[in-house]
Write a protein that binds this ligand. Structure first.
Ligand SMILES: *[C@@H]1O[C@H](CO)[C@@H](O)[C@H](O)[C@H]1NC(C)=O
Ligand SMILES: *[C@@H]1O[C@H](CO)[C@@H](O)[C@H](O)[C@H]1NC(C)=O
Ligand SMILES: *[C@@H]1O[C@H](CO)[C@@H](O)[C@H](O)[C@H]1NC(C)=O
Ligand SMILES: *[C@@H]1O[C@H](CO)[C@@H](O)[C@H](O)[C@H]1NC(C)=O
Ligand SMILES: *[C@@H]1O[C@H](CO)[C@@H](O)[C@H](O)[C@H]1NC(C)=O
Ligand SMILES: *[C@@H]1O[C@H](CO)[C@@H](O)[C@H](O)[C@H]1NC(C)=O
Length: 512
């Protein structure tokens, strides 16, 4: 009988499925442009600069209905759903766009000429912690102000207490928390419950200034790991809000929002990062770091707000990610010693290797997927795969601009370049692999495989393969299955790929 009851409840739970919409924090407004119903239930949308968004979690495996209403319009004359390659069959019903999804995806939807609506759907959380109990340090027990009324130190206090019990978790319940610099302690986890917001104040006097970026100003690492630490985790469905537009424009102060640095076994799963004022997520001198369900929603009117820059790190994976920014969405870099932004780095420059970006969605005014511009130490074995460029000036690139080291073994595999627009530093193309000199050295780029790429828009300018001189060439680049525009057969020549600016290269092969 008991077994039967358990079976029935399990059956009911599986059959009924679940959709979770996280309460919209009071500091954000609801979208004035779009509403979303999932299986008949309204989700909490958020109005934002440039685009609006909504975040939810759903069980996968059964068809779930999405109904997006474009609320100020009476009918739908055009729409776009990105990634275009997803098997989504949409219909219209008055001012509603209707489709179903079996699996969770990150989507960018436009209807008529209304701004983008970014729909962030995650699979259910795996083993979310309870809010109290053994190994749980709830920040409310450490006096954290969850009302946003003051700059609170309760989260750091809970973290410091947790550090005394390796393997424990700091629990942040729903609420608004303005915090100063936060140091993630060795062997602890930070859990941000859905509906919680950690917010940067923007006021430099609340932070330790760690570096100055030339041409921009002073900045900090807002949330960073302890040096020489291991097994630190940041997870949950809460929001990390960099308040970047305000911080940059009112206080001329910038921040990297999340900085795993000199740490091993770092894991990130789930929180949403928004409104960065500078490079938003920067693993620096890490080994074995993983990022999944990573959602970076920056504004496209805030300077150098790169999404994720993997810097001088080894064995890093970024999977199931969306990165919207004015500056580069997904990138790897290596920098000089003790200069500008690297002043707080704990170690001399380290090489970068084994970095994988998989199942990513990029939307930027600069580069979607990029290596560079800093190549002060080597960058070896970097893979970008199964990914999409919603829009960018340059889709895929290696820009060797600073430093004398090399880039070797790079794969761009199975990427859909949906659209390109505008230009960045004179480049506007689906592919730019080049070495340039800004007086800080040059170096070679070699062994690049560009495979199974759909290029739906060629960009305004030519693609480029340009080395610098005979010791800093672009060499051994192989193209396979590059589908230009609507072509169903792959390109067989560089001309067909509109790659027409070519110099200082060797071993360029188009396999078709
Ligand atoms: C939505 O409803 C359908 C039909 O009842 C069900 O099969 C599916 O599991 C539901 N989806 C979710 C995520 O609850
Ligand atoms: C929310 O809407 C109110 C009223 O229109 C406006 O004053 C406020 O600036 C908005 N806040 C945000 C974060 O957009
Ligand atoms: C910044 O913080 C300092 C110290 O708390 C305070 O005196 C100052 O008024 C704040 N400035 C703004 C613009 O909030
Ligand atoms: C990498 O880090 C993960 C998460 O901390 C850990 O489980 C795994 O054992 C580490 N792998 C190696 C090779 O150290
Ligand atoms: C490409 O992007 C530009 C600029 O955002 C936009 O005007 C154009 O409609 C887009 N094209 C397609 C096919 O989406
Ligand atoms: C290539 O240019 C760099 C930077 O100017 C220079 O140091 C190097 O010697 C040059 N290599 C050759 C073979 O000329």
């Amino acid at each position: 009988m008991l077994a039967c009851t358990i079976f029935l409840s399990l059956w009911f739970w599986l059959a009924s499925g679940a959709v979770v919409s996280y309460p919209r924090p009071a500091i954000y407004n609801k979208s004035a442009k779009y509403s979303l119903k999932v299986n008949g239930t309204y989700m909490y949308t958020v109005s934002y600069a440039g685009y609006d968004y909504v975040q939810l979690t759903m069980d996968q495996g059964h068809a779930t209905e999405f109904r997006i209403a474009v609320v100020q319009e009476t009918s739908i004359t055009s729409y776009n759903i990105s990634p275009k390659q997803l098997p989504i069959h949409a219909t219209t019903d008055g001012n509603e766009l209707v489709f179903s999804l079996v699996d969770a995806h990150y989507l960018i939807v436009t209807i008529n000429d209304v701004k983008e609506f970014v729909i962030l759907i995650d699979p259910p959380e795996v083993n979310p912690p309870s809010s109290s109990g053994s190994g749980i340090f709830n920040v409310l027990d450490y006096g954290a102000d969850s009302t946003g009324g003051s700059v609170t130190s309760g989260i750091q206090q809970a973290m410091d207490a947790a550090a005394g019990s390796p393997g424990s978790t700091v629990y942040v319940p729903p609420g608004l928390y303005y915090i100063g610099n936060l140091l993630l302690r060795d062997k602890t986890s930070l859990y941000l419950a859905g509906g919680s917001v950690l917010r940067f104040t923007g006021n430099s006097s609340d932070y330790t200034t760690l570096f100055t970026k030339s041409g921009v100003g002073p900045g900090t690492w807002w949330i960073q790991t302890e040096f020489k630490s291991s097994n630190i985790k940041v997870f949950g469905r809460g929001t990390i809000d960099g308040n970047g537009y305000y911080s940059l424009n009112t206080h001329t102060f910038i921040a990297d929002l999340l900085v795993p640095v000199d740490t091993t076994g770092f894991q990130f799963d789930g929180p949403l990062l928004r409104d960065g004022s500078f490079w938003t997520v920067t693993p620096i001198q890490c080994t074995n770091a993983s990022f999944k369900n990573l959602k970076i929603l920056n504004r496209q009117d805030v300077g150098q707000d790169d999404g994720i820059d993997v810097i001088e790190s080894i064995d890093v994976t970024v999977t199931r990610a969306i990165s919207i920014a004015l500056d580069d969405s997904f990138s790897t870099k290596t920098w000089p010693y003790d200069t500008g932004t690297t002043v707080p780095y704990p170690n001399p420059p380290q090489p970068l290797s084994n970095v994988v970006f998989d199942d990513c969605l990029a939307w930027t005014v600069c580069y979607g997927y990029k290596i560079g511009q800093g190549v002060y130490t080597s960058q070896d074995s970097v893979i970008f795969k199964n990914s999409v460029v919603y829009n960018a000036a340059v889709g895929l690139g290696i820009d060797h601009r600073y430093g004398t080291s090399y880039v070797n073994n790079v794969i761009f595999d199975t990427i859909d370049v949906e659209n390109l627009s505008g230009s960045n530093a004179g480049h506007a193309t689906w592919l730019a692999l080049f070495v340039e000199s800004e007086g800080a050295g040059v170096g070679p780029i070699s062994n690049v495989h560009v495979t199974n790429i759909r290029v739906r828009n060629e960009g305004m300018y030519n693609g480029i393969l340009v080395g610098y001189n005979s010791s800093s060439m672009v060499s051994d680049v192989t193209f396979t299955d590059i589908y230009m525009l609507a072509n169903t057969t792959p390109a067989t020549t560089l001309e067909q790929m509109k790659i027409l600016d070519i110099s200082q290269t060797s071993g360029i092969v188009v396999l078709g």
